[in-house]
Design a protein around this ligand. Structure first.
Ligand code: URA
Length: 274
């Protein structure tokens, strides 16, 4: 902004003090150009331009009934509900109609998944970060860039794999999602795995490994060990080899661990080729 410029009749001093107030209140990112009072409306003021950038990520879907998952006691029933969902697009729409509580209300986009529907490799991360929240696509921020390079090192690009997360909305401030938050959307993730039916599953980081394997052990001990992941869709449940490994965000902070990640990548390549 140039000196003395005013916006909406507010002078520079007033605008600066409003911005300072937001920073002091803990705002870390600008996520949209259009203001949105999330306490008053659950419908974001997504402009046509934003819709065009992320066509499949629109929120409201009047024709599909909302699925409500609020506590773990309802999970089984809700998983049963999703059994009849036979395409990823239908599952995405069910998720759009799902009451995701505060997390969903505070997110800019639902980040459902990205990649090939016939992918042999499916990667599951923790939760969307700031860039993923803006674009509505998983792994497009800094850790996604590293993940792309990791995949390239074993001859894969992101258009031939499928990526998603344990949670479909960015937790405010990028905090680690709680087990309760991850459990609330677990039936969606399980159905997503069944619909993709990959040959190999890769669980990126502790939260993904712990959610899917129902574990409390840390990723340092879980990584590098193959586990047979059973999908729940009885009687035709799939058994998919799953490998927990380090999350790329962790590797960005701890590059010395890339050596072990490289061993895991080679093991993934060998399973895909086997
Ligand atoms: N980290 C994740 O776990 N998932 C993303 O989509 C981005 C960053």
């Amino acid at each position: 902004m140039v000196a003395n410029e005013s916006i909406d009749g507010l002078d520079q001093q007033t605008l600066l003090s409003m911005l300072r107030w937001q920073v002091e209140a803990g705002a870390t990112d600008v996520v949209q150009g259009v203001p949105w009072n999330r306490f008053e409306s659950s419908d974001p003021p997504i402009t046509e331009k934003l819709r065009a950038q992320s066509p499949a990520q629109t929120r409201s879907n009047e024709s599909t009934p909302p699925v409500r998952l609020v506590d773990s006691g309802q999970l089984k029933t809700s998983f049963e509900d999703l059994k009849s969902v036979s395409t990823l697009e239908d599952l995405r729409q069910r998720l759009e109609g799902f009451d995701g509580g505060t997390l969903k209300r505070f997110a800019t986009n639902t980040v459902f998944g990205d990649g090939a529907l016939s992918a042999k490799l499916m990667l599951i991360g923790e939760a969307p970060g700031a860039e993923e929240d803006r674009q509505g696509i998983p792994f497009v921020g800094p850790s996604g860039k590293l993940l792309d390079r990791m995949l390239a090192s074993i001859g894969l690009n992101r258009s031939e794999v499928y990526m998603t997360n344990t949670l479909y909305w960015r937790p405010p401030g990028n905090r680690t999602p709680t087990p309760e938050e991850r459990n609330a959307t677990l039936p969606f993730l399980l159905r997503q795995i069944e619909l993709i039916g990959p040959k190999v599953l890769v669980l990126l980081g502790g939260p993904a490994a712990q959610s899917l394997l129902n574990e409390t052990t840390g990723i340092t001990r879980l990584r590098g060990r193959w586990i047979d992941f059973q999908t729940r869709n009885e009687p035709n449940g799939l058994s998919i080899p799953a490998l927990p490994t380090f999350h790329p965000a962790f590797l960005l902070r701890q590059p010395a661990q890339k050596k072990q990640a490289w061993q895991d990548l080679r093991a993934i390549r060998a399973r895909l080729d086997g």
